[in-house]
Write a protein that binds this ligand. Structure first.
Ligand SMILES: [Zn+2]
Length: 479
C-alpha cells in the first residue's frame, strides 16, 4: 500500500535512530503499517515534549494521578489492555480532548469541569482510547511521513494545538503546512462511529454508566447550537450529529441500567481544577460557599476543600488551614486534605509542620514520589542538601526520570555547590519539557564547569550531540 514507503522514509531520515536501531517492519501487522512499537513510543514521547511548549499542561501531581488512574482503568477494559498510554490534563477552559501518537491522550480541564459525573468524563476518554486502539491515529503518521521523527512529532503537536486555539498554535512552523495536513488528521465519520461503538463497550466493561455517553454528547450538541460557529473545538474535530447520539443511545440501552456513584477523587479534582480556572478568588469563594450545604457529606467536603484552596489563592492561609484541619479529622483516609495542608505549611514557611505531614504521607503511599520531591524541597530550604540527595537516590532507577525528578536533583546539586551536575540536570529538565534550546545552553554551561572526570565529559558530549541533532531536525519545519 501507499503508506509503507512513506513511513519508511520518515524513519530512515530520523537522526534519533541509528541504522541498527531501526527494527524490521512487522509485515504481519493487520493494519499493514510499518511503525514498530519502539518507533511509536519515540514519536509519542517527542509529541508530548513538543506539546508542553505550546499548551499549559497541569503539573499538579494529584491531577496527573487522577487522570492516569481513570485512563488506565479504562484501558484495562479495552481491546488492548497492555498497550502503552499516557494521560494528561491541559489547563484550558474550552471543552476538548484529543489523542496523539504513542497513546498520549490529553483532556482539557474545561471538559472535566463541564462533566456532570465521572461516567461522562470516562465516556469521552473511552472514545479517545478507541481512536488509539483502532489505529485511527495512523493517518497522522502518514501525513507527517516525509519528516524526521522530532519534526513529525512537532508538526502533529502543532496541529493538535491549532485545533485548540486557531491563532496561537502554529508557532514556528508555517501555517500553510499545518493547515494542509490538518484535514488529513481530523477523524472521518466512520472513525467517529467506530470510536463510539468501541468506547461504549470499554465504558460498560470498566463499570461506568454507558448511558452517560449519549447524555454528554447531547449536552455538547446543545452547547454547539448555543455557540453557533464558535462551537467548542471538540465538536469540530469530533462532529456530533443526531444520528450519532441516537446510535450511542441505542447501544447504551442494551446494557442493564446501573447507578454508578462518583468517586470522591473525581469531586476533589473538579474542585481543585476550578481554582485553576480563570475565575477570580472572590468568585471562587462565593461559588463554593453557596454549595456548602448541598448533597452528601462527601459532596459537602469537596466544596469545603475547594473553599480552602480558594482562600489559599488569596494567601489567607489561616482560614484555609482551619478548614483543612476539620476535613483531615473527619476523613482521615482522604490524602488530598493532608497533602493540601502540607503544601500550605510550606508556603507559610512552617517547614516543621510540612515535614511532619509529608513524612506521614510518604509512609502511607511509599510509591508516590511526589511526597518525596516535596520533602526534598524542604530539606534544600533547611540546608540539608546531602540528605536531600540521599532521598532522591532512594527512588527506584526506572522512576528516575521526568521533569520533577530532574529539577529536584538540579536544585540539590546547586545547594551542594556542584555547578557541573546542576547544569547537567537542568539540561535534562529542559529537554523533558520540550525546551531543547535551553537544554543545549545548560550542557554548554556544564561543560565550562571544572571537571576531572573523563566519564562525565563523555556523557556531556553525548548529550550535547543528541540535543543538537534534535534541534537540527526541528529546523526542517521552518524551511
Ligand atoms: Zn473522535
Amino acid at each position: 500500500m501507499k503508506l509503507a514507503p512513506l513511513l519508511l522514509s520518515f524513519f530512515l531520515s530520523s537522526p534519533l535512530l541509528s541504522a541498527n536501531e531501526i527494527l524490521l517492519p512487522d509485515m504481519g501487522d493487520s493494519t499493514g503499517t510499518l511503525i514498530s512499537p519502539a518507533q511509536e513510543k519515540a514519536l509519542g514521547a517527542s509529541f508530548f515534549r513538543s506539546i508542553q511548549t505550546q499548551l499549559e499542561i497541569s503539573n499538579d501531581p494529584e491531577v496527573q494521578h487522577y487522570i492516569q488512574s481513570i485512563g488506565y482503568h479504562l484501558v484495562a477494559s479495552s481491546d488492548s489492555p497492555s498497550a502503552p498510554f499516557h494521560f494528561f490534563v491541559v489547563l484550558a477552559d474550552d471543552i476538548n480532548a484529543f489523542a496523539g501518537p504513542g497513546g498520549f491522550i490529553g483532556v482539557n480541564s474545561g471538559l472535566i469541569l463541564n462533566s456532570n459525573n465521572e461516567s461522562e468524563l470516562a465516556s469521552v476518554m473511552a472514545h479517545e482510547i478507541a481512536h488509539v486502539t483502532q489505529r485511527h491515529i495512523y493517518r497522522s503518521y502518514e501525513a507527517a511521513s516525509q519528516l524526521s521523527l522530532p519534526a513529525a512529532a512537532a508538526l502533529i503537536a502543532a496541529i493538535v494545538v491549532a485545533t485548540q486555539a486557531p491563532d496561537v498554535g502554529i508557532g514556528a512552523i508555517s501555517a500553510v503546512q499545518a493547515g494542509s495536513i490538518q484535514a488529513q488528521i481530523n477523524f472521518t465519520r466512520s472513525n467517529e462511529q467506530e470510536a463510539d461503538r468501541v468506547g461504549i463497550k470499554t465504558l460498560a466493561k470498566a463499570q461506568f454508566n454507558p448511558r452517560s455517553m449519549p447524555t454528554f454528547f447531547e449536552k455538547l450538541q446543545q452547547a454547539s447550537r448555543y455557540y453557533g460557529s464558535a462551537a467548542p473545538e471538540y465538536l469540530r474535530t469530533h462532529p456530533i450529529t443526531s444520528s450519532r447520539i441516537a446510535d450511542t443511545r441505542n447501544r447504551a440501552e442494551s446494557y442493564p441500567y446501573r447507578q454508578v456513584p462518583d468517586s470522591q477523587n473525581y469531586r476533589l479534582i473538579k474542585a481543585k481544577l476550578r481554582t485553576y480556572s480563570a475565575m477570580s478568588a472572590q468568585d471562587l469563594i462565593a461559588y463554593f460557599t453557596n454549595r456548602l450545604s448541598l448533597g452528601t457529606a462527601e459532596q459537602k467536603a469537596a466544596m469545603q476543600y475547594g473553599l480552602a484552596l480558594s482562600y489559599a489563592k488569596q494567601e489567607r492561609y489561616q482560614i484555609a488551614q482551619g478548614i483543612l484541619k476539620k476535613l483531615i479529622t473527619s476523613f482521615p483516609s482522604q490524602e488530598q486534605y493532608l497533602s493540601a495542608s502540607a503544601h500550605l505549611s510550606t508556603l507559610e514557611g512552617n517547614t516543621t509542620e510540612a515535614k511532619k505531614a509529608y513524612a506521614l504521607l510518604e509512609k502511607r503511599s511509599p510509591y508516590n514520589d511526589q511526597y518525596k520531591f516535596s520533602t526534598v524541597t524542604l530539606l534544600i530550604k533547611d540546608n540539608q542538601a546531602q540528605q536531600a540527595l540521599q532521598r532522591l537516590k532512594e527512588i527506584p532507577y526506572h522512576r528516575q526520570n521526568g521533569p520533577d525528578y530532574f529539577l529536584s536533583l538540579a536544585k540539590t546539586y546547586e545547594k551542594l555547590s556542584n555547578p557541573l551536575n546542576f547544569h547537567r540536570y537542568m539540561a535534562e529538565y529542559h529537554y523533558s519539557v520540550g525546551q531543547t534550546h535551553q537544554a543545549i545552553l545548560q550542557i554548554k554551561l556544564a561543560q565550562k564547569a571544572k571537571n576531572n572526570n573523563f566519564y562525565l565529559s563523555a556523557i556531556l558530549e553525548d548529550r550535547f550531540n543528541f540535543f543538537s541533532n534534535e534541534l537540527l531536525a526541528l529546523k526542517q519545519l521552518q524551511e
